[in-house]
Design a protein around this ligand. Structure first.
Ligand SMILES: [Zn+2]
Length: 452
């Protein structure tokens, strides 16, 4: 049993919002995978420690948590043909490219996205993978292996599309699957990989893609299966006004009514984006405890709109942050998303939206969105998932409040990242990952995918 003292950080944000949250300016004691002490300035650990990490040059935060991504899209970043498009034309331009996805390309894309996330302070990531062309039946299995190799935690969702163009949906027939295949594979993945309880590394959730790419029966059956297997549900909802029009025309109702009609308005569900809700819908989502993954960069990139995050949260909706897929961000830099969220929400609500509230979305809030209470906060009994940030780069020079500097001066890389007591980033690098080789192979796969 090893005891490590992360001692006297330069600044600390614990995300602990309990009324008697302790002063953590003396640091933390980590014992195996868990935080066992939170120390005030000047306090000493209650028992001897084997190791001390001097954090006097570091800002200490919980590991950031990403609640919405599409790892495979790192292969189609900044692609000129859809660089200036809104969601629907962006999707119809990309579907035929994504239909050529191969197992090796997905493995590389997943590794790239996970590495970017980890290096930018993320310790738990959700992915929404919904493209299963022939030959890619084991997409989620491939992702599980990559997650285990890099050592962070992940909620991997078994995505799906069942509503093709022939039936009035947006995606071409070549990327939709029969519902039986989807449900069978979903059950297999949950049985094989889903871990429960504190410290779970891999969790599986079910994730029909969106109202305009999934049939009503696929939504209903996914909800039924998720309840039976006790796993979470994820989908895109209320991302654009085009989607709202689609729901009105096809289902004769607005998005939240549709969600309710298929049995999804529950606290098992988290929604990607959640932008276009009216007041009444926000109340209903709050009452149900349905969660929202706010994806500010993607929402700006595709000009989708500004989510009503403060009102959602005040109504009881758990809100977290997502970088979204890399074809609409196009970076998986998790700490940058905190800054984007802060500024986009200030644009809506004014400059008094606090820096700490944005950091809370990316940590404690995101943990709630993924249904976890063992991560996202630095407190006794929580998993030792944390990030340490140096402020000695040019961009921070002249800054005063270390925690605010992290966000306002646009940090993009953590110096150290720990997941469950294990260092996964050391001196700004992932040990044992050859980034140059990865970039070379991933770039070649990306070019191959576009050229067909
Ligand atoms: Zn998305």
């Amino acid at each position: 049993m090893t005891r490590l003292w992360i001692k006297n950080p330069l600044g600390v944000f614990t995300a602990d919002d309990t009324p008697d949250a302790p002063d953590a300016s003396g640091g933390l004691v980590v014992e195996n995978a868990v935080i066992t002490e939170v120390l005030a300035r000047g306090a000493e650990p209650s028992a001897p420690v084997e190791e001390v990490f001097d954090a006097s040059q570091h800002v200490l935060t919980p590991g950031l948590i990403n609640t919405h991504h599409h790892f495979y899209q790192t292969l189609t970043r900044a692609w000129g043909l859809v660089a200036d498009a809104e969601l629907f034309p962006w999707l119809t331009g990309l579907y035929p490219v994504w239909a050529r996805l191969t197992p090796r390309a997905l493995e590389l894309a997943t590794t790239v996205a996970l590495a970017e996330l980890l290096l930018s302070g993320c310790t738990t990531a959700a992915d929404h993978h919904y493209v299963f062309p022939p030959g890619l039946d084991e997409a989620i299995d491939i992702q599980v292996s990559a997650v285990r190799r890099l050592g962070l935690r992940a909620t991997l969702t078994r995505g799906s599309m069942t509503l093709g163009q022939d039936d009035g949906g947006l995606p071409p027939q070549s990327v939709v699957q029969p519902l039986d295949t989807i449900l069978e594979d979903s059950a297999r993945l949950v049985r094989t990989y889903h871990e429960t309880g504190p410290g779970a590394q891999v969790q599986i959730a079910l994730a029909p893609c969106s109202p305009f790419s999934v049939t009503t029966d696929a939504m209903r059956e996914s909800a039924r299966l998720a309840t039976e297997l006790d796993v979470r549900l994820h989908t895109h909802l209320a991302e654009t006004l085009d989607e709202e029009d689609f729901c009105r025309e096809r289902f004769g109702m607005r998005t939240v009514d549709y969600l309710e009609s298929v049995g999804w308005l529950t606290d098992r569900t988290w929604l990607g984006h959640g932008i276009h809700f009216d007041d009444e819908e926000i109340s209903r989502l709050g009452e149900a405890g349905t969660a929202v993954a706010h994806c500010p960069t993607s929402n700006m990139r595709l000009a989708s709109g500004i989510a009503r995050v403060l009102e959602l949260e005040d109504a009881g909706v758990p809100v977290g942050l997502g970088v979204d897929g890399s074809a609409s961000n196009d970076a998986s830099t998790m700490v940058a998303e905190v800054r984007q969220a802060l500024y986009l929400q200030r644009l809506r609500y004014g400059a008094s939206v606090p820096v700490h509230r944005a950091l809370a979305w990316g940590t404690r809030g995101s943990a709630r969105v993924l249904g976890r209470d063992d991560v996202g906060v630095l407190a006794v009994g929580k998993q030792a998932d944390l990030a340490l940030w140096r402020l000695d780069e040019l961009r921070f020079s002249g800054s005063h409040d270390p925690v605010a500097a992290l966000v306002l001066c646009a940090a993009d890389r953590a110096d150290r990242v720990m997941v469950g007591g294990q260092w996964r980033v050391v001196d700004g690098r992932i040990p044992d990952l050859d980034v140059d080789a990865l970039v070379a192979e991933h770039s070649a796969a990306a070019r191959g995918l576009i050229s067909g």
